[in-house]
Ligand binder design. Sequence first.
Ligand code: HEM
Length: 410
Amino acid sequence: MDDRPGASLAALTPMNPAYQHDPHAVLRPLRDACPVARDAQAGTFVVTGYAEAHRVLANRRTWRDGARAEEAALLVRRQAAQLPPGVPRTEAVSILTLDDPDHARIRRPLQRAFYARVKTCRARVEQVIDAALDAIDPTQPFDLMAAFCVPVPVDAIASILGVDNDRLTDFRDWSEGVILGLNPFRSAEQTATLERCRAALHDYFHDQIARRRAAPQDDLISDMVALQAEGAAINDAELAINLIALLVGGNLTTTDLIGNGARLLMLNPGERDKLLADPGLAPALVEEVLRYEGPVDITQRIMAEDAQVGGCPVRATQAVTAILRAANRDPAVYTDAEAFVIDAKRAPHLSFGGGSHICIGAPLARLEGQVALLKLFQRFPALRIVAPDAEPKWRTLPFFRGLEELVVQA
Ligand code: HEM
């Protein structure tokens, strides 16, 4: 119903300095007052309770294509892709905003090949992380984001995709450029950079797909070409747009997982010591970082049929926004929800979303987070923030939480 108590999604962005400083000071009263509220301006229900968010995400009778939403659902409609004329939708947008049957048709082979790669890529990821650590000069203070958290995910995915060493610099630049697509407030100049990098990646992947078809290698693109040859119903243009999605979806988020995790361990030396005493805690550490300070704030669904969300009637075509960050600290589910405890037994967090759209990159993000945080603190056990009392330099990208810069001393 549209007369639910109000909530403003705009207030849940860095445009609100209080949210930027401490999102939970804003989310807590909202969740306590009403786990399902309505933002009439953005045209969406705003779900802050864990149980309610979990149910919405698991509901398969929902859509992701913003064009299917009611007119009032401004936010999801605005996010619906401006399709270039004459290009089929499946070749213009990734699985992120596709619905079945196309979503399942494309995600199935991609997931099969990607998960198999992640299972065998630990040694490559370790090499990438060791190389980033070796390049750090520990005698001087350094920016951990620029030196470590930014390069690790892009180099890891480049290695999985099979990017040649001589194209790595270009690949890093393009990857940086396409991330601008996540920023709705980008300048005209940034939009031009975004377009240039997207086109370059598009051409690069098309070229690589053709080359792998002629001469397969040990990489994900070759795996996908092999699946196509076995009959997987995904064409080259669909493959290329989804390879770009792996970059866009994976780089910034994993950078923030590593950055937020490193900061939390430096602020909580007792937790860092637990990790160093028992490296087997690395997987639990990463889950707690994702719960406590996850990189992504929200995900959205459009109801495909009338339903109840937390006892609140929601009509078909209405949009629902799950506030993952709020759900992850719901005291109804988590004892001591506001404490960062790496060996606590906790319910699974919602930071990767859920249901059929659950983050396809989660196994890679987890692997990178575990290896990166463990190796970082094994190499520099006394790593500390140079100005721990200063306000952290959070990025200002709406719906993502990560650091612009984190100056540390080994
Ligand atoms: C800590 C790191 C990451 C976080 C927090 C994260 C978070 C998310 C979230 C919340 C969604 C939406 C899920 C939903 O609506 O239910 C998503 C989807 C997605 N993510 Fe991630 N992600 C991360 C890493 C990655 C990586 C490493 C990749 C690729 C290598 C990736 C690629 C994608 C793609 C392609 C989708 C769309 C999946 C679909 O709609 O079927 N993500 N991610």
